[in-house]
Ligand binder design. Structure first.
Ligand code: E4P
Length: 220
C-alpha cells in the first residue's frame, strides 16, 4: 500500500518525503498552474525530491501524434517519471505504442470499470479512478475502486496498479485503503488532517502530566 502526494508544491513534497510517509507524487496541469517560476525546473526538482518514488507528469498536447512525442520527451525528464495520459479513446493507440516501447503510463481521468479494463489491456502501469469527482455528483466514487480491484485480481492484470485519485477528505483515504487500492494519492490538506488525532494529543498530555508528578529530573 503506497501513498502518493497529489500536488506540485515542492516545499510540501520535500517535507512529506522527509517523514518517510510518501512513496511518490502525482502532478497535473492544475497543480502546476498554482506554482510559480520555471515549471520545467520544478518538475525535475520534484523528481529529485522523491528519487525512489514514481512521479506522474501529465501530457498537455491534444493531438495524438503530439501527445506521443510529448510523452516520450516527458519520459526522459528523470528515471522515475511516469507519463500521465487521459483515458480518452483518441489516445488508446498512443498509449499502446508507448507501453510497448517500455514507457510507464498513468492513465488518468478514469471513471468507469470498463475504462479501467481497457487501460489494463493497453499495459499501463497505473490507472487512476477519480473518487471525489464521482462523489461531487452524488455517485459513490469508491465503488469504482472496489470493482477495479476485483477486475484486476479476477482477470490477472496485476501489472496494472490502482491509484485511488481525486481524494477530497480523510474518509476517502480510509475507503481507498479498505477498497484495496495499491496507492492512494492525497492532497497535502488531507494528509495533514490524517496524521493528527485529538485522542493522541490528549493521551500524550496526560502521560507527560503524570510523569512530571514524579519529579524526576533525568531519565534514564
Ligand atoms: C490524480 O492524479 C489527480 O491529480 C487528482 O487526484 C485530481 O483530483 P481533483 O479531482 O481533486 O482535481
Amino acid at each position: 500500500m503506497k501513498i502518493f502526494l497529489d500536488t506540485a508544491n515542492l516545499k510540501s513534497i520535500k517535507y512529506w518525503a522527509s517523514t518517510g510517509l510518501i512513496d511518490g507524487v502525482t502532478t497535473n496541469p492544475t497543480h502546476l498552474s498554482k506554482e510559480s517560476g520555471d515549471i520545467k525546473k520544478l518538475v525535475k526538482e520534484i523528481c529529485n525530491a522523491v528519487p525512489n518514488g514514481d512521479i506522474s507528469v501529465e501530457i498537455t498536447e491534444t493531438k495524438p501524434d503530439k501527445v506521443y512525442g510529448q510523452a516520450r520527451e516527458i519520459a526522459t525528464i528523470a528515471k522515475n517519471v511516469i507519463v500521465k495520459i487521459p483515458c480518452h479513446k483518441d489516445y488508446y493507440e498512443v498509449i499502446k505504442t508507448l507501453t510497448d516501447e517500455g514507457i510507464s503510463i498513468n492513465a488518468t481521468l478514469v471513471f468507469t470499470l470498463i475504462q479501467g479494463l481497457f487501460m489494463c489491456k493497453l499495459g499501463v502501469k497505473y490507472i487512476s479512478p477519480f473518487v471525489g469527482r464521482w462523489d461531487d455528483i452524488d455517485v459513490n466514487g469508491i465503488e469504482i475502486v472496489e470493482k477495479m480491484r476485483y477486475m484486476i485480481d479476477e482477470y490477472d492484470f496485476e501489472k496494472t496498479k490502482i491509484i485511488a485519485a481525486s481524494i477530497r477528505n480523510v474518509k476517502h483515504f480510509h475507503e481507498g485503503i479498505m477498497a484495496g487500492a495499491d496507492v492512494v494519492t492525497i492532497p497535502t490538506s488531507v494528509l495533514e488532517k490524517a496524521v493528527s488525532h485529538p485522542l493522541t494529543d490528549i493521551g500524550m498530555k496526560k502521560f507527560l502530566d503524570d510523569w512530571k508528578k514524579l519529579g524526576i529530573k533525568q531519565f534514564p
